[in-house]
Design a protein around this ligand. Structure first.
Ligand code: FES
Ligand code: FES
Length: 170
């Protein structure tokens, strides 16, 4: 089996994975990173989301070899000097967890959104970003509330509540 080396959470990490293995297989099966969840494995549930060069990416939809030389961040790499990321803190405060299966992917999606300074963050954009993250425990509204609060605390939330202009809530 080919050996692939990637920068994961600031360190070069190597694993032997089958030819054509996905980034999900590399991280979850090869490196045993439990914060990378294997859900649908066909790009629809969002559970496997990680950051690739800061962008939210479904790890089941890209090969590990395509990520050579790129910066991968998983849930395990989000805390800084022992301090949780503001998004992680708000997930804890809003009790947005039940089984927690969807949580890492939703957190990383939110981190990518809130740390992208090229575009303003609104409640509508938060809902859009999280719409593709399935939560079978019915925690979706709490997850959105946690991300809104993190955006507020990071000074990234712009505009008034656009609920009136966006009755669909997506
Ligand atoms: S496991 Fe990748 S999107 Fe569902
Ligand atoms: S908390 Fe269980 S799937 Fe979301």
């Amino acid at each position: 089996m080919p050996r692939v080396t990637l920068e994961v959470n600031g360190q070069n990490r190597a694993a032997q994975v089958p030819a054509g293995a996905t980034l999900l297989e590399f991280l979850h099966d090869g490196l045993r990173l439990s914060g990378v969840r294997a859900g649908c494995e066909e790009g629809t549930c969002g559970a496997c989301t990680v950051l690739v060069d800061g962008r939210a990416t479904r790890a089941c939809m890209i090969t590990a070899s395509a990520c050579q030389g790129r910066r991968i961040t998983t849930l395990e790499g989000l805390a800084h000097n022992g301090a949780l990321h503001p998004v992680q803190l708000e997930f804890l405060r809003h009790a947005s967890l039940r089984c927690g299966f969807c949580t890492p992917g939703a957190i990383l999606e939110a981190v990518a959104l809130l740390e992208d300074e090229s575009r303003p963050v609104t409640k509508r954009r938060i809902r859009q970003a999280l719409a593709g993250h399935a939560c079978h425990c019915g925690m979706h509204a709490r997850i959105v509330a946690a991300v809104e609060e993190a955006a507020r605390k990071m000074g990234r939330l712009h505009g008034r509540d656009d609920q009136a202009r966006d009755p669909g809530g997506k």
